[in-house]
Design a protein around this ligand. Sequence first.
Ligand SMILES: Nc1ncnc2c1ncn2[C@@H]1O[C@H](COP(=O)(O)OP(=O)(O)OP(=O)(O)O)[C@@H](O)[C@H]1O
Length: 244
Amino acid sequence: MIEVNNLHKSFGQVKALDGLSFSARDGEITGILGPNGAGKTTCLRTLYGLLKADRGSAKIDDIDVSKQPILARGRLGIFPDKFGLYERLTAYEQIDYFASIHGLQGRAKKTAIEEVIADLDLQDLAYRKTAGFSQGQRMKVTLAQALVHKPKNFVLDEPTRGLDVMSTRILRNYLARFKAKGHCILFSSHVMQEVAALCDRVIIVANGKLAAVGTPDELCTLADKSNLEEAFVKIIGSDEGIAA
Ligand SMILES: Nc1ncnc2c1ncn2[C@@H]1O[C@H](COP(=O)(O)OP(=O)(O)OP(=O)(O)O)[C@@H](O)[C@H]1O
């Protein structure tokens, strides 16, 4: 469960977040949509503990990220926007490194690594150095790194941007499986079809505030439109922020 309550963050004169509140529930995929500069990345970076909010709170499973950052981060998997793999290490060693960062040791660490390798069908790649891995292979190792500590919550900032079709499909399937296991998934996107197809609930953010929230169908009904893209345009009053 992820909760953001009355979050404020300014950069100089720019109000990136202006009282944003929402929650993302367990067993659901929640999408964040918004035009450029709406505050989506600022909100996600606050959840990661990379930014400190001026006001308000961000909680992961009821743990306040500013008060107990290490505990909160243990409950969170973060899928980065760039796959920064260490090419001299094998896939196993990369995952091992992230498991150690999360405090896993000994037999528990070995079991966790073996489980995530099996879960992502990485067995054939595990002992190869990642130099030369295809985009899909790199994406899977990155997923394994993000999930080896078995976080209950998973946050992704525009995860499919720049990914090829096959990698996008693998990632989407994985998110659906993760949701089926009862995890909470929150991701930002500009791709309306992706959000409409994957998300149980959608949060629309504009000017650092919540503009609307609901299932894709509820948002269509709210805006009296037949698809999410048109509903989004009507709710925020512009087509800025939509990707093909
Ligand atoms: N480190 C920073 N310094 C100054 N201004 C910032 C910084 N980070 C974000 N901003 C500003 O805060 C506002 C919100 O930015 P943010 O990146 O959160 O938007 P976004 O919704 O993720 O946009 P996009 O869809 O374009 O990625 C923007 O006006 C942005 O220029």
